[in-house]
Design a protein around this ligand. Structure first.
Ligand code: 13P
Length: 346
């Protein structure tokens, strides 16, 4: 039986569930392992991920899908079980990161464009055979420091959203749901209002490109940033302010046909990522406006920093690592329905 793109997208955005982004490239996972003093060997990368996928019942109850890296989708656990099968057996959907990273955008002021379209049709066909039913492509949009309004340029937004739509159309042709991820970075000293303006311009361009390139929105998932202040901004927007600006931004830009919006954590603290998601869902329920999308999480760092810190590469800490993962998954699952309170953290 084939499942439609729309069915897969709805399963990914199921109420109270979210995605685990375990698709760090080899360079990124090395950085995460360096922090806890663990060597980034193929075995350590596999074992640390396998443990998350085997965390019961958190995986089955709270994680609708897992984004994998090319290495991981091909890996087998120590007992010979493919990692993809462990995810499927937990009732979760395997997905795959297919972009080849953000590279320098030529003739720009230090901006980036995500590459990976060459040969993508053939790679998607192989990933489908390996079990992937959704994919991810991340574009990064930087915001200029010190009020520099020339970054991001319209050129950067156009190049990135065009590539996102090219990727999304190829995914749908292959029977794979595209997660479209235009990440407006929170590095920098900009305030939340500037994040709002840049995210609004980016999403407007993205949905215009998706329309031009005939992408069926019902079979997509949006993975955006929340509207937050830059990390170096002297004033930090509260969860209520984040929720208000984020919902306003999407109302102005995201078509109602999109089934689900899953946020990246983007360098927010674990608690901020949870509190802000919770505030967004609380405002959604309390408001007289109708917001047609499910709001949930597709967190990398905000789900994995705590378990990595608890594990630190020691066999004796494996259970503590799984407990830390289950806790963050549960907190974010509650936030995905607006039912989280800070007291639940203790
Ligand atoms: P973070 O939640 O750590 O930002 O990662 C999510 C992700 O998949 C970025 O592409």
């Amino acid at each position: 039986m084939t499942t439609s793109l729309q069915d897969i997208a709805h399963a990914m955005a199921a109420p109270g569930k979210g995605l685990l982004a375990a698709d760090e490239s080899s360079g990124t996972i090395k950085k995460r392992f360096d922090v806890i003093g663990v060597d980034s060997t193929q075995e350590n990368r596999r074992d640390s991920r396998e443990r998350l996928f085997r965390t019961a019942p958190a995986m089955a109850d709270l994680i609708s899908g897992v984004i994998l890296f090319d290495e991981t989708i091909r890996q087998k656990a120590a007992d010979g079980t493919p990692l993809v099968k462990i995810i499927q057996d937990a009732g979760s959907i395997p997905g795959i990161k297919v972009d080849m990273g953000a590279k320098d955008l030529p003739r720009s002021n230090g901006e980036k464009v995500t590459e990976g379209l060459d040969g993508l049709r053939a790679r998607l066909a192989e990933y489908f055979e390996l079990g992937a039913r959704f994919a991810k492509w991340r574009a990064v949009i930087d915001i200029g420091r010190g009020g520099n309004r020339s970054v991001p340029s319209a050129y950067c937004i156009h190049a990135n959203t065009h590539a996102l739509a090219r990727y999304a159309a190829l995914c749908q042709e292959a029977g794979i749901v595209p997660i479209v991820e235009p990440e407006v970075l929170m590095d920098g000293d900009h305030d939340a209002e500037r994040c709002y303006q840049v995210t609004q311009a980016t999403l407007k361009a993205l949905y215009s490109e998706l329309y031009e390139q005939r992408v069926s929105l019902e079979g997509t998932i949006l993975k955006p940033n929340m509207i937050v202040s830059g990390k170096l901004c002297p004033t930090k927007a509260s969860p209520e302010e984040v929720a208000e600006r984020t919902l306003k931004c999407f109302t102005h830009t995201v078509p109602a046909a999109v089934p689900g919006i899953v946020f990246l954590s983007g360098g927010q603290s674990d608690i901020d990522a949870t509190a802000n998601l919770n505030a967004i869902n609380q405002l959604k329920s309390a408001s007289s406006e109708v917001y047609p999308w499910a709001f949930s999480f597709s967190y990398g760092r905000a789900l994995q920093t705590a378990p990595l810190d608890a594990w630190r590469g020691k066999a004796a800490n494996v259970t503590a690592g799984q407990k830390a993962f289950a806790h963050r998954a549960r907190m974010n699952g509650l936030a995905a329905t607006g039912a989280w309170t800070p007291e639940m953290e203790t």
